[in-house]
Design a protein around this ligand. Structure first.
Ligand code: FAD
Length: 640
């Protein structure tokens, strides 16, 4: 019989990035026995990799900034498909979450008068990103971990046990959420080092598992981002929202091949970097879309003046939202004006008043990254960059105020949750999203536990099914190699569901994914020599991750086929326009059919109309670009 360890908590948080840590801190502050489970080492999460900063309308650098301006920018960036209540909560609460981090010990860069410094970023009207050089995510995680240690020390003083109320389970991967009837009762996991199984009994689970990038071949994401939380939620009966929206960051490294996809932070453009094609032209001036025409400079001279005098000039188009810049780069490369390795040039050479020293001071990680990985000195040479799969806007459908998913006891926050960023996320809005909704998820889960009459119990059948599923790759003989199946999945998603999509290719993708599904069901691995054959077994781990990547890939491809318009992170070659009618539609995925081989099913769900006071923050002329005539203030037509 397979040995299984059991532990009981009030709240289990899956994921130790910014969202998971903030949720766990909150649950513990609410007096709940809390576990943090992390597939990677504690401290290794996407959040650590975040470079640019955390967007919060603190108004430190430009006092005209406030939550209303931030809300407007976020809605514009998401092309009005955002869950407006989430965008409102985010814009209002982000400054408090940043100040809270500072209070807990985060050391942000400062302005000359000693306030938290804020930098420019694409789509943000004012300098808004609180930052620590280009290592902001690292400071966020360091601070949250420090807070966790402080809480554990407090618990030790009271109970004699550091882990009595808050325990970290590092290198532990959840493969199933457990259900008692229709509500959550825990999670099933394996420990990487030994391969042993653990059942976490808990009435509330917070998903904070981050993104899905490893379903694509070229990505800025690292090995953990296999869509686990998205898939776990679907398998437990929850729904995903708008999965067609995948952000391709415009600037990933394109050379050498071993580092293709690694991120080149947007701070490079925020700090005066410009994009050029092989003819030496600043081509972004040719790609300003109609909806943004009035807000962006029309000449390089005006764009350059904006850095020093933003009140009297418009921003350069290098700082358009990411989807616009990524598509422009794609078009330049397709038109034969790309760089030698299939990207374009991004340069800061001669762009900063303080010369090379200022480049190194402002962009230390980028300077180091290019020197070490590509032997390029960014103080004297341009970087070669191109689009890379970076972030998923689609995610678990949640209640904006409590982060509750549709399954009782399940909560989601951070990149795994959907809605907040609409069709396209603005840079810097993720780090504050993690803090705002991580806190709300921890609170929501705690309040849910408090309101329970009786705790759910974990049915043995659930544990047996999860155990059998996890062991299945060892039971099959001479099956498929998980690495080969993964490579085909990534290639399919990159080529057929990538930055520019069309009907025939999406249909072809779904057909190929159908064949890949059969191969995933037949993946097999051999036991290793230690720990019952399961200790540190990357082939087995990938075999289990494949189920998740396949499910999210199918969700993305189906939703991309269904949405017949182009908006944000979803560009249809055959439907190039944005449609006001489609703006009123959320595409909701759930799993249906045979539980052993479930299929993604799609439903169109009407968007809830925006509250009048929030609509009132926009000019009618701007709203006309996004909304149908009936949605405009004053009803049909409104002078249209
Ligand atoms: P993550 O930080 O991704 O953490 C996910 C956690 O879940 C990890 O601990 C992982 O191990 C765990 N996990 C996953 N699956 C399982 C499982 N099955 N079982 C147990 N644990 C699991 N955003 C900004 O706002 N500003 C920036 O400057 C910025 N820069 C970025 C730079 C890079 C290179 C990248 C990749 C992203 C950047 N982003 C930025 C985006 C932002 O960093 C992420 O969206 C954000 O950090 C996601 O945080 P999270 O807490 O949701 O998840």
């Amino acid at each position: 019989m397979t040995e299984i360890e059991r532990h009981s908590y009030d709240v289990v948080v899956i994921g130790a990035g910014g969202a998971g840590l903030r949720a766990a801190i909150e649950a513990r502050l609410q007096g709940k026995r809390t576990a943090i489970i992390s597939k990677s080492l504690f401290g290794k999460a996407h959040t650590v990799m975040a470079e640019g900063g955390a967007a919060a309308a603190m108004g430190n650098v430009n006092p005209n900034d406030n939550w209303q301006v931030h809300f407007r920018d976020t809605m514009r960036g998401g092309k009005f498909l955002n869950n407006w209540r989430m965008a409102e909560l985010h814009a209002k609460e982000a400054p408090d979450r940043v100040w809270e981090l500072e209070h807990w010990g985060a050391l942000f860069d400062r302005t000359k008068d000693g306030k938290i410094s804020q930098r420019n970023f694409g789509g943000h009207e004012y300098p808004r990103l609180a930052h620590v050089g280009d290592r902001t995510g690292l400071e966020l995680i360091r601070t949250a971990q420090q807070k966790i240690v402080a809480l554990q020390q407090q618990d030790h003083a009271e109970t004699g046990d550091y882990e009595s109320n808050l325990k970290v389970w590092a290198e532990t991967t959840v493969t199933r959420l457990l259900l008692d009837g229709e509500r959550i009762c825990g999670a099933f996991a394996y420990v990487r080092e030994t391969g042993r199984f653990v059942v976490f009994e808990a009435p509330a689970v917070v998903l904070a598992t981050g993104g899905i990038g490893k379903a694509f071949k070229v990505t800025s994401n690292s090995w953990e981002y296999t869509g686990d939380g998205h898939s776990l939620a679907l398998l437990a009966g929850a729904t995903l929202l708008n999965m067609e929206f995948v952000q391709f960051h415009p600037t990933g490294m394109v050379w050498p091949p071993s580092v293709k996809g690694i991120l080149v932070t947007e701070s490079v453009r925020g700090d005066r970097g410009v994009l050029k094609n092989s003819d030496g032209e600043r081509f972004m001036f040719d790609y300003i879309p109609e909806v943004f025409k009035s807000q962006y400079a029309t000449s390089p001279e005006e764009g350059d003046r904006w850095y020093d005098d933003p009140d009297n000039n418009r921003r350069p188009p290098e700082l358009l939202p990411r989807d616009e810049v990524a598509r422009a780069i794609n078009s330049e490369v397709k038109a034969g004006r790309g760089s030698p390795h299939g990207g374009v040039f991004l340069t800061v050479v001669d762009r900063m008043p303080g010369g090379a020293a200022e480049i190194v001071r402002r962009l230390p990680s980028m300077h180091h990254q290019f020197k070490e990985l590509a032997d390029v000195d960014i103080t004297t040479e341009p970087m070669e960059v191109g689009p890379t799969c970076h972030y998923v806007m689609g995610g678990v459908e949640v209640d904006p105020d409590t982060a509750a998913a549709l399954v009782p006891g399940l909560f989601a926050a951070g990149e795994v949750a959907g809605g907040m960023h609409g069709s396209n996320r603005l840079g810097g809005n993720s780090l504050t999203d993690l803090l705002v909704f991580g806190r709300r998820a921890g609170l929501g889960a705690s309040e849910y536990v408090d309101a329970l009459d009786a705790r759910p119990a974990v049915p043995e059948t659930e544990v047996e099914a999860a155990t059998a599923e996890a062991l299945a790759p060892f039971e099959r003989e001479n099956g498929e190699n998980p690495y080969a199946v993964h490579a085909e999945l990534q290639q399919t998603m990159n080529e057929l569901v990538g930055i520019i999509r069309k009907e025939e290719e999406l249909e072809q993708a779904l057909e190929t994914l159908g064949k890949i599904r059969e191969r995933v069901a037949n993946v097999s691995v051999e036991p290793v020599a230690v720990n019952d054959g399961r200790g540190y077994h990357p082939g087995w781990h990938l075999a289990l991750d494949l189920r998740n990547m396949l499910i999210v890939s199918e969700a993305i491809a189906r939703a991309a086929l269904e949405r017949q318009e182009s908006r944000g992170g979803h560009t249809r070659d055959d439907y190039p326009q944005m449609s006001p009618d489609w703006r009123k539609v959320n595409l909701v995925c759930r799993l249906a059919g045979d539980p052993d081989s479930p299929r993604v099913e799609l439903r169109r769900q009407p968007m809830e109309p925006m509250r009048p006071d929030l609509i009132g923050l926009f000019e009618t002329d701007e709203l006309k670009k996004y909304l149908t005539a009936e949605e405009l203030p004053g009803g049909a037509g409104a002078g249209a």
